[in-house]
Ligand binder design. Structure first.
Ligand code: FES
Ligand code: FES
Length: 129
């Protein structure tokens, strides 16, 4: 099975396109040696949907048109996933900080920030149920 979600942009730790979660923390996978990853829990975008169904964060990206060419999207979503697992009520500054290592050349970021903020609200209301 080929996993094609993780993108290689710069290959130098600058763009964040290759972001995955390593033991729950976002890392630029282009800078992680295989030996460093050995024995760690790696999560990529492929693990975020379940049975072909997008998760609430992914749905929110879709709703807000936070994806254009889509090259940055897997990395941005993994950074946002890490944020929302640590902080279910992030303010705009915290969202910007969480994705500051993810370059997006298409969206201007507004839609991405709005998508993450709405997903946070959805997830927070699910927790309160
Ligand atoms: S490919 Fe750009 S940070 Fe890894
Ligand atoms: S959607 Fe194209 S780089 Fe972000």
């Amino acid at each position: 099975m080929y996993l094609l979600g993780v993108k290689e942009g710069c290959g130098e730790g600058e763009c964040g396109a290759c972001t995955v979660l390593m033991n729950g923390k976002p890392v630029n996978s282009c800078l992680v040696l295989a030996v460093e990853a050995d024995g760690t829990m790696i999560r990529t975008i492929e693990g975020e949907s379940k049975n072909g169904k997008l998760n609430p964060l992914q749905e929110s990206f879709k709703k807000h048109h936070a994806t254009q060419c889509g090259f940055c999207t897997p990395g941005v979503i993994m950074s946002a996933t890490s944020l929302l697992e640590r902080n279910q009520n992030p303010d705009e500054e915290e969202i910007k900080e969480a994705i500051e290592g993810n370059f997006c050349r298409c969206t201007g970021y507004r839609q991405i920030i709005d998508a993450i903020a709405e997903a946070a609200t959805l997830l927070e209301s699910e927790v309160k149920k």
